[in-house]
Design a protein around this ligand. Structure first.
Ligand code: SF4
Ligand code: SF4
Length: 298
C-alpha cells in the first residue's frame, strides 16, 4: 500500500523492514514500535486477495456479531477512548475505503490531533476523497497496488486510474508497494518504476499456501513481538483482537464499546498471550508468526 515524509518515520520503517529480515534469522534486538489501533471499517473485503484469509475472518466474526460495518458514531466513541500516543491505522482486515464513511473517519481522527497511518488498495476511494485527504499530514500513506498476476480481485477502471494519478501528482505523499511477479501494466505506466515489491506472509499460519511447505515452523523457547503486542485491530462491533494476524479471532482482548483501552491489556486473553510468549506449551498465534515474532536469546 508510499514516500515517507518525516525522517524519524523513515527510520522506524527501515527498522521494521530490517527487523523482519532479522526475524527470519530468528534472533534480534528489537526496538519498540509505537502503539497503534488498526481500524477494520467493515467485515467482508470484496478485493479477495489471494494472500488474505477473509473466509476465516467472516466465519469467526459471524459467530459473535451481525454488525458488519463500522459506524462513524462508533468510530468517534473509540477515538475518544484512545490515549494520545496510540496511532490510528486505517488498515485492519478490510480495505478501509469500502466503508463510505472512511474519509470522514480520517478527518475526524485528524481533527483530534491523532497520528494517522493509511494502508489502502484505493478500492472504493474517489477523487473527492483524495482532495479532502490533502488536509492531513499522514504519518504513513501506503498504496497496495494491483499486480499483473491476478492476485487480487480489484478492477483497474477509470476511477481507480484517476485516483492513482492524483496521488502520483503528489497531492498526498505516497509509498507504492505490490505483491506478485509484476505490476498491472496500466499502473506501471503511471508510476514509472516507483513501486517496490513486498514480501507476503502466512498471517501466522492462517494461510496454508504461503511460506514453507507444511507452514512456518513453530517458534520455540521465549519469544517476543516486534510490535510489543501493541498493534491491535478493531472490528466493527467494537471487539479488539490481538493483531492483523488474528483473522480467526483467536485472541479477543475486549470490546472498546464497553471497555477502556487499558482494560484490553489487563484481560485474561492478553495475559494468556503474554504467558504464552514465555511458555511454548500454551497455544498462541505468535508461535507461528512469520513477520513480527522473534526468539529471545536464552
Ligand atoms: S485488500 Fe487487504 S483486507 Fe482486502 S482482501 Fe486484500 S489483503 Fe485482505
Ligand atoms: S502474532 Fe504475535 S508476534 Fe505476530 S504480530 Fe501478532 S502479536 Fe506480534
Amino acid at each position: 500500500m508510499a514516500l515517507l515524509r518525516i525522517g524519524s518515520i523513515l527510520t522506524n520503517i527501515f527498522h521494521e523492514k530490517k527487523s523482519r529480515t532479522d526475524a527470519a534469522k530468528r534472533i534480534i534486538q528489537p526496538r519498540p514500535e509505537p502503539a497503534g489501533l488498526e481500524i477494520t471499517t467493515r467485515i467482508g473485503c470484496r478485493n479477495l486477495c489471494d494472500y488474505c484469509p477473509q473466509e476465516t475472518l467472516i466465519k469467526a466474526y459471524r459467530c459473535r456479531s451481525a454488525e458488519m460495518i463500522l459506524s462513524l458514531a462508533a468510530f468517534r466513541a473509540v477515538v475518544n477512548k484512545l490515549p494520545p500516543h496510540v496511532r490510528i491505522h486505517f488498515s485492519g482486515m478490510c480495505e478501509p475505503w469500502l466503508n463510505p464513511d472512511c474519509t470522514e473517519m480520517v478527518l475526524h481522527a485528524h481533527s483530534q490531533g491523532r497520528k494517522i497511518r493509511v494502508f489502502t488498495t484505493l478500492a472504493g476511494m474517489r477523487p473527492k476523497d483524495v482532495s479532502r485527504l490533502r488536509a492531513v499530514a499522514f504519518d504513513v500513506f501506503w498504496v497496495h497496488l494491483t499486480s499483473g498476476s491476478g492476485l487480487q480481485n480489484m478492477s483497474v477502471d477509470e476511477n481507480y486510474l484517476h485516483v492513482l494519478k492524483m496521488l502520483h501528482e503528489r497531492k498526498i505523499p505516497t509509498d507504492y508497494v505490490y505483491y506478485g511477479d509484476a505490476l498491472h501494466p496500466e499502473i506501471a505506466a503511471i508510476l514509472n518504476n516507483e513501486a517496490r515489491k513486498e514480501t507476503l506472509c502466512s498471517r501466522a499460519g492462517n494461510l496454508k499456501h504461503i511460506g514453507p511447505p507444511g507452514n512456518f515452523p513453530r517458534r520455540r523457547g521465549r519469544i517476543g513481538c516486534l510490535r510489543q503486542l501493541r498493534q491491535n485491530v478493531l472490528l466493527p462491533n467494537g471487539d479488539v483482537v490481538l493483531c492483523c494476524m488474528d483473522y480467526g479471532v483467536k485472541h479477543r482482548l475486549g470490546n472498546l464499546m464497553i471497555d477502556a483501552y487499558a482494560d484490553l491489556f489487563e484481560s485474561h486473553e492478553f495475559q494468556r498471550v503474554k504467558t504464552g510468549m514465555e511458555n511454548p506449551t500454551i497455544d498462541i498465534l505468535c508461535r507461528t508468526c512469520d513477520f513480527f515474532a522473534f526468539e529471545k536469546e536464552k
